[in-house]
Each structure stands twice: as C-alpha cells, then as structure tokens.
Design a protein around this ligand. Structure first.
Ligand SMILES: C[S@@+](CC[C@H](N)C(=O)[O-])C[C@H]1O[C@@H](n2cnc3c(N)ncnc32)[C@H](O)[C@@H]1O
Length: 268
C-alpha cells in the first residue's frame, strides 16, 4: 500500500517525455489558456513575470510567453523540458530543471501556475500541500495570482480501467490503483512504440476541496476561489477543480473574477 512521503517510483516521465507533446498537444489547451488570461486580466495582471511549476513540455507556459509574460518553466524532469518544441516564444521562456527549492525569493512572480495534476505529484512527494503552498506564497508578488488545478478522490475512477491514447507512432496506456486511506493513486504507464514497450510508475496524492481550502488559508492566501475554468459550474464532489488564489484580499477584484467566471459558464 503506498505511503505518503515514502520514496517515489523511479523516473516518472522518463519513457513518456519524447512522446508527451504528441499525445497531449498544445493546441488543445488554447481555450483553457484564454480563460485563464481573461481571469488574470480581471485580477489586474496583464503582463510581468510568470512561474509555471511542473511545466513539462511547456504546453501551457508557451501561451503565456507568447502573450508577453516573462516565463520561467520549472520542472524536475529534464527530458520533459528538453522535449518542448518551441516557436518564436522560446526567447521569452526560460527552462529550469529542478524543484521549487532551487528558486531565489526575489524577484517575485506576478503569476504562479501549476497545471495538469502537478500539485497532486508534489503532494505525493511531501505528504501534503504545505511545501507547495508555502513556496507559492514566498514566490508570488503580494498582488499576484496563483493558478493551479488538482484532482480529488472522485478522480480515482479516471484511472481504474486501462485508458489508451495513441498517435501514429506511440500508444500510451495507463492504469491506476487508489488507496482510500492514504489517498495516494499509483498510475502505471505503458508506452508502446515500434521499438518496444516501456513502463513507468507515477504517484499522486488526491486532495479534497476542504484540504486545499484549508492549505491555502494556512499559507496566507486571502482570496481563494475553487472553480472549473472550462465546463459546468462546480458541484460539491467534482473529480477536478481549478484554483485562483492571491495573498491580497480584494472584494472588488474577486467580484470581477466571479463575473468573468460566470460569463463563461463557471462559478466559484
Ligand atoms: C502531467 S505533467 C504536466 C506538464 C505540464 N504542466 C502540462 O500540462 O503539459 C506533470 C509534470 O510535473 C512535473 N513534476 C512532478 N513533480 C515535480 C516537482 N517536484 N518539481 C517540479 N516538477 C515536477 C513532472 O516532471 C511533469 O512534467
């Protein structure tokens, strides 16, 4: 049975890295990005410095760089960062192989993002969200915006069966095993190419909305909105949420965020 804080399975993304961008292409995330950009604007952030934690192949961060944000892409997987195929935005985007502990405290970032289950990975490493949220609070400008998503225990069924995604040259299957006590999900990926089959195991800690809300409050985030950036307004037992948070408490800015969310069919 997996235990939080015990050693992670070996080399997540080692086999997946060369194929990740083809199996999960960047075009698919454009609608999400444009909603996120509108929300950042509603919060008053229209440019500046952005940190993308767990940036992978820069699938999301390339959009921020294209829209003028000076972007730092942090990932502990060098193969993932190397596999990023970038266009002209490459000059405004800096890739750093490492973890949050590698970053200096100054200058602070106007936006910090961690997208596509990244905090679930961080939570499995550390046993909770405390390290991630404390680091985010330390690195974010006082009026900046933190934006991340997370999977809840409802998402365990997303991995209960074999899920297959394929492009012409690679087939990726994943299978998950969820431990209801520790809330750890171990996902085994099988990457099948013409030259052979590789396997790797990933470990994610799934969080309830109440755990995330309490973690944000404890780390000093005075604005906290749990929502879905795309799709229907969130209910009480969603498999995934997006989080908008700031160290600043501003009812007028929070009101603007809620209006933008409601206009797009999501609510906080
Ligand atoms: C599902 S991928 C998401 C990548 C990217 N955000 C995207 O949506 O395309 C999760 C990423 O988190 C990275 N990651 C996991 N734990 C990390 C850590 N402690 N520090 C930095 N990156 C981490 C992995 O290497 C991987 O690239």
């Amino acid at each position: 049975m997996p235990q939080a804080g015990s050693p992670a399975p070996t080399r997540p993304y080692g086999a997946l890295a060369p194929y990740f961008a083809r199996v999960y292409p960047a075009d698919g995330v454009a609608p999400w990005f444009h909603r996120a950009l509108a929300l950042a604007g509603a919060w008053g952030v229209r440019g500046g410095a952005l940190l993308d934690v767990g940036a992978g192949t820069c699938r999301f961060s390339r959009f921020w760089a294209r829209h003028g944000f000076r972007t730092v892409c942090l990932d502990r997987s060098l193969p993932m960062l190397r596999a990023a195929r970038l266009g002209p935005e490459a000059g405004r985007l800096h890739r750093v192989a490492g973890t949050l502990d590698c970053l200096r405290e100054r200058p602070r970032f106007d936006v910090v993002t961690a997208i596509d289950d990244v905090v679930n990975y961080l939570g499995a490493e550390h046993g909770s969200l405390v390290r991630f949220l404390d680091s985010a609070a330390r690195l974010l400008a006082p009026t900046g915006l933190l934006l991340f998503d997370f999977l809840t225990p409802e998402a365990r069924t997303w991995y209960d069966l074999d899920a297959t995604r394929s492009t012409g040259e690679v087939r990726v299957r994943s299978r998950g095993a969820f431990d209801a006590v520790s809330h750890l999900l171990e996902v085994t990926y099988e990457v099948v190419t013409r030259t052979g089959t590789s396997r790797e195991r990933h470990r994610l800690r799934l969080f309830t909305p109440a755990e995330v809300e309490a973690g944000l409050r404890r780390a000093g985030f005075r604005t906290r909105i749990l929502t879905r950036l795309l799709g229907h307004p969130p209910g009480p037992a969603e498999p995934a949420y997006d989080v908008l948070a700031s160290l600043e408490a501003s009812p007028s800015k929070a009101g603007r965020l809620r209006r933008v969310l409601a206009a797009g069919g999501a609510e906080a």
